[in-house]
Ligand binder design. Sequence first.
Ligand code: ATP
Ligand code: MG
Length: 476
Amino acid sequence: MLKRIGGLSKSMIDKTRSMLSSNNQTPTAVIVAREDHCVSRKSISANALKVLNRLHEGGFAAYLVGGGVRDVLVGLQPKDFDVATDASPEDVRALFRNSRIIGRRFRLVHVVYGRDIIEVATFRASHDKGTGGEVGEAGRIVRDNVFGTIEEDAIRRDFSVNALYYNIADHSVVDYVGGLHDLNQKLFRLIGDPVTRCEEDPVRVLRAVRLAAKLEFDIAPDTLSAMQQTAPLLANQSPARMFDEVLKLFQGGYSKRSFAAVRKHDLLEYLFPMLAKRLAENASPELEKMLNAALVNTDKRVSQGKPITPAYLLAFMLWPDVEAETKQYISDGKKVSEALMLASEDVLKRQLAVISIPKRFSGPMREIWQLQPRLEQWRGKRALKLMEGRRFRAAYDFLCLRSTIEPELVEVAAWWTEVQEVPFHDRVDYTSRKKAVYGLWGEPKPDTPSKKKRRRRRSGKAKPTNAQPNGKPSKD
Ligand code: ATP
Ligand code: MG
């Protein structure tokens, strides 16, 4: 029986290694037969298989490529499957009624099965192999739509382990760039000259860090030094693309490892500059603890198959600055809710220059922040109203995590936990007994008598004082 290493037989690894030329030239293809690798049809999604089979039956070459092949080979469950073919986008479109052509820079076809989308790309050559590509300032590729051969398609991919092809025709795995060798060494290595490849697309620097963290691989030394050299180019990337990368970094179920890797490689300043500065200047164990708890919580939800929203984690990344600025505004005489609103505005504005956060996420982030002082101070029936709000649960979770580093909040968080466990009909009574917490935001204590303002009624008549059952004034 053959010995298998990382899903490949020992003999295949040796064969691959021996075919890598010492002068770093692209080796000829290594073809690993079905019996020598672990990519079975069972490990491929039914929809990806349908696409591969139909292309093959239509007379086209059809391969699974990229993260799908890589992940199966290392024993992980791929999150998506990408298909590469010699069929043109129009040919693919004609084969699948449930498909659409997308993309300007790269024209791809999405074959849509409900929420599952299989991306089908025609083999592409590198931008300098034909007439369709354009290179802009600093060597960055601005247009890249040149069709090519499978070999050309392989060498324009980013890392060698991302350029392995599973051929539906004979179920073999094909390697043009030494990817099997690197996979066995647990190494991410940029294909070609690493500096040029990072300059062409600086986001590859982030991809290397993320994927190495995901797979717990190392980064090859020459790839690493190219990344360090070119990382500053990340500052000029489009905020929209940077946001996509942030989502991939923190929503894949390995956000804790991603965050640690981003910091280790000094890349946090390109994603969350305010937080990076804060952590660099006065790294407090409490802040580390809170961020860690938020990341662990996110990863746990992903592993349990529970829904997650980027708003929650993003709200944490920006919270230390929102909180500090809010306190500043309060000390300048603003009321808590106004101070919080102004601080949220300032912090988001600064952050949006780096990564764009769509309104559908920044809106909930603001709501989570706005609810923090209200959760800290409400009692009585108002508490019940807060609980009915659509952002209550996220704001409550947020408060609980804050309480891990703010001891004053432990009691408040515990109270909210309890009240949610109280049977519905007992909640009014229960909430009226809440012990109010004051002063966390630098506001006056409730006993300070002269601060209470009287509200005027529209009719001009004075309204009776809004009193609580215990006779104390309610706090707005
Ligand atoms: P995962 O899906 O696990 O995040 P992945 O490697 O599949 O990782 P995708 O973004 O899905 O990442 O990309 C699919 C494939 O497309 C990659 O494996 C790689 O071959 C190629 N690719 C993606 N981004 C780039 C890039 N910036 N430069 C060159 N090739 C890329
Ligand atoms: Mg993928």
